[in-house]
Design a protein around this ligand. Structure first.
Ligand code: PLP
Length: 347
């Protein structure tokens, strides 16, 4: 085994996605594969999600979305919600991606790109519903819809979706966002648009609040078994990724394991989490650049395996436990890992 590796249990990804699909039905589920599928590898994750029955993938960045589309081919629709500029839009369209559009100027760039490609761009329009991050403001929304409808009549675009994003910080804010979303839909329809795929919610709101599901939900965290920070466990879902490190030195002061802050293990985790050793959970005392110190146990030997985080089967913390220990979310311990940490997939 490597000094350190991130093991990805693809059967777990499949069962997580199955649990998500069952919970969200009849709404469709878009499996979010941004950030190299939450650091777990776009291609194997797409395969695992397809086995569960996923039919939609999506992400922020063009490269992850292109990789997902190439892997899934005609088996899935893929949405990229944050391409930048006409060139990226054109590249995405040539790959068969659907594009998020939350800006009037960008709508024109996408229509021009579609003309160069020679086929209508399938787009998902985004009204701003309160987050003030990339979305058309309410006062501009009617004109934006009128322009999209005109471009649709010309055959430049096909408005297939309507979407926005919510903060999931408070139910009140989310409810206000939902009301804004419904208003935006009414206005879009008044302008002759017929967005078939309406999607607003991510993992937490979609799981707990059915009224947020509309036609589709965009689920990242829960597909990888990452529960919300300070949130409850989710039945049927467990972390798919395990960070395992080998003991590289044993001396009087402690046991050194082969993962450090330069691999992306947050140094703030030192003194705050208990990792799983062959003798049971032990304090992770300190994170250094190249290695980390774990409280000694009797009989510790070079080559022993220590689980830093994982599903919890051996008493290790989950990614969200680690996130909570250092005051952040469960995605963070995964997304910080550098590409130099080998990913090892099993099914
Ligand atoms: C990341 C992301 C999601 C997925 O969020 P999770 O909480 O991980 O499920 C959904 N929608 C958008 C726009 C995102 O950027």
């Amino acid at each position: 085994m490597n000094r350190v590796e991130l093991r990805v249990d693809l059967a777990r990804v499949t069962s997580n996605v199955e649990a998500v699909l069952a919970r969200m039905a009849p709404a469709d589920v878009l499996v979010v594969i941004k950030d190299d599928a939450y650091a777990q590898g776009v291609e194997p994750v797409v395969d695992a999600a397809l086995r569960a029955g996923a039919r939609w993938f999506g992400g922020i960045d063009l490269p992850s979305a292109v990789r997902a589309k190439r892997r899934a081919g005609e088996r899935a629709r893929v949405l990229c919600w944050m391409t930048v500029g006409g060139d990226e839009a054109e590249a995405g369209l040539r790959e068969g991606l659907e594009l998020g559009v939350g800006d009037a100027d960008y709508l024109e760039r996408v229509a021009e790109a579609a003309a160069r490609v020679g086929a209508p761009a399938r787009i998902h329009l985004k009204p701003d519903t309160g987050l003030h991050r990339n979305g058309v403001r309410p006062e501009q929304w009617p004109d934006f819809c009128a322009r999209a409808a005109a471009l649709e009549r010309q055959g430049a675009v096909e408005v297939v979706g309507l979407w926005s994003h919510i903060a999931e910080a408070s139910d009140e804010d989310d409810d206000a966002a939902r009301a804004a979303f419904d208003r935006a839909e009414r206005i879009a329809r008044e302008h002759g648009l017929d967005p078939r795929v309406r999607h607003l919610a991510a993992s937490a709101a979609a799981w707990h609040r059915p009224e947020f599901r509309y036609d589709m939900v965009r689920i990242g965290a829960f597909c990888y078994g990452i529960r919300s920070a300070e949130g409850p466990g989710i039945p049927g879902i467990a972390p798919s990724a395990t960070l395992a490190a080998r003991v590289v030195r044993v001396d009087g002061s402690g046991v050194l394991i082969g993962v450090g802050s330069l691999d992306g293990l947050p140094s703030a985790a030192g003194g705050r989490i208990r990792v799983a050793t062959p003798a049971g959970p032990r304090l992770l005392e300190r994170v250094d650049p190249f290695d980390s110190v774990v409280a000694a146990w009797p009989g510790a030997a070079i080559g022993d395996e220590v689980i830093v985080f994982g599903p919890g089967d051996r008493g290790e913390p989950t990614p969200t436990d680690v996130g909570e220990a250092i005051g952040t979310v469960g995605e963070e311990p995964l997304l910080r890992l550098t590409p130099l940490v080998p990913r090892v997939h099993s099914s």
